[in-house]
Design a protein around this ligand. Structure first.
Ligand code: DAT
Ligand code: MG
Length: 148
């Protein structure tokens, strides 16, 4: 089954949005397979956002991600990468639809509350980076009530 890496950024943690965000993924029917609250250091944040290292906003983005604890998660389910991005909403909250996490809880692009992997391949890399210890092996007993 497909997995994605979701991270609640420092603003989401500080603003008390952790429960709300987890609830949206849970209520959709996805399964939580990994979860931790952590502070990341600069080299780690630079590695996570390595693809964006040439962008003018890169250092500000890294400063933001290391400014407080983040909630790192692995969620599993059918099409969870694409559907997870839809639940999150467009990168710039000014363009995120109401009903999405960024559309409901964010205003500025540099404080957009949450990260989600943009492809199955990035999800694989990000899960390996953030969860080197591995994730939790378990199967939800409601699976037949969510999948036909
Ligand atoms: P996403 O987080 O939607 O996958 P991304 O991977 O292109 O977006 O960029 C990572 C983060 O960098 C994004 O969540 C917010 C920040 N960012 C992206 N584009 C930006 C821009 N033009 N100005 C400032 N910050 C930006
Ligand atoms: Mg991205």
């Amino acid at each position: 089954m497909e997995q994605t890496f979701i991270m609640i950024k420092p603003d989401g943690v500080q603003r008390g949005l952790v429960g709300e965000i987890i609830g949206r993924f849970e209520k959709k029917g996805f399964s939580l397979k990994g979860l931790k609250l952590i502070n990341v250091d600069r080299p780690f944040a630079e590695k996570h956002y390595a693809d964006l290292s040439a962008k003018p906003f890169f250092s500000g983005l890294v400063d933001y991600i290391i400014s407080g604890p983040v909630v790192a998660m692995v969620w599993e389910g059918k099409n969870v990468v694409t559907t997870g991005r839809k639940i999150i909403g467009a990168t710039n909250p000014a363009e995120s639809a109401p009903g999405t996490i960024r559309g409901d809880y964010a205003i500025d692009i540099g404080r957009n509350v949450i990260h989600g992997s943009d492809s199955v391949e990035s999800a694989r890399k990000e899960i390996a980076l953030w969860f080197p210890e591995g994730i939790v092996q378990w199967q939800s007993s409601v699976h037949p009530w969510i999948y036909e």
